[in-house]
Design a protein around this ligand. Structure first.
Ligand code: OOG
Ligand code: MG
Length: 254
């Protein structure tokens, strides 16, 4: 049954069509939901996509409030989700996409299980400002916690700005998202679990529960500091992260 749900979610994502929330008929346990997520990502990996990292979700109050969910979640990132900085996305490939400002870590060494903040910091090779494009495969972008976990935590795309190597201070950076040059949402990196490094500590812990570990070279998105912004055609979306710089993409079609 979990395989069947995984295939359904994978097909919904691949064909940009929404499906009914699973929890309307059958609420999965969180463990089963993570299993469905893994199976649906396996479908992508079987088609040749590569796992490049993980994303954390609901690590800020703004996101929890927007979505009515209040537990940290995590999902998987593949190379096919990468959107080049300054590139364009075709909205017809998504159901109802949204964008949110993030901070990305690139690891220089592995992290597994319970780690301290210091251990997490010393595994970070570089940090960058980023934008995550999320797209729920559920109708009206509505879901329960287990629904969204099964749906790979709405992952669909990510843009990464310039990488900054070494010990950049990321404790309290303003994070702003603009649409066509107008600010639409703003927050601080402080809003991400009091410090984005805590998100990496959580990532190592949560992912170990599924028998995986964070590896050198992988990218981890710490979670959005602001509510996500709905996308429409002919927009230029840019995120400006203090000290880390900006990154952007534009939208076409639909
Ligand atoms: C779930 C994904 C949450 C974040 O940064 O908090 C997330 C959603 O909002 O659909 O990516
Ligand atoms: Mg996100």
């Amino acid at each position: 049954m979990l395989h069947e749900i995984a295939r359904k979610l994978d097909q919904a994502a691949a064909s940009a069509t929404s499906i009914e929330q699973l929890s309307n008929t059958n609420e999965l346990s969180l463990e089963d939901a993570y299993q469905v997520q893994k199976l649906s990502i396996d479908e992508r990996l079987n088609r040749g996509e590569k796992l490049v990292g993980y994303k954390m979700g609901f690590t800020s109050k703004a996101k929890m409030l927007q979505m009515g969910v209040d537990d940290i979640i995590w999902g998987r990132l593949t190379d096919a989700m990468f959107i080049e900085d300054g590139g364009a996305i075709d909205l017809s490939k998504y159901v109802h996409p949204r964008a949110e400002p993030e901070i990305a870590f690139k690891l220089k060494s592995s992290l597994s299980g319970i780690v301290t903040k210091e251990q997490a910091l010393s595994a970070v090779g570089a940090v960058a400002g980023a934008i995550e494009v999320i797209d729920s495969r559920y109708q009206n972008f509505k879901f329960s916690l287990s629904d969204v976990i099964a749906d790979n935590c709405s992952s669909t795309g990510f843009v990464i700005g310039d990488w900054h190597e070494g010990g950049s201070d990321i404790s309290d950076l303003s994070m702003v998202i603009d649409v066509n040059g107008e600010e639409v949402a703003s927050g601080s990196s402080l809003d991400i679990l009091d410090h984005p490094i805590n998100s990496l500590v959580e990532a190592a812990r949560c992912i170990a529960l599924s028998g995986e570990e964070l590896k050198a070279g992988q990218i981890i998105l710490a979670g959005a500091a602001t509510a996500a912004v709905a996308l429409a055609p002919n927009q230029r979306i840019s995120a400006n992260i203090e000290n880390l710089g900006s990154c952007s993409f534009s939208t076409m079609n639909k």
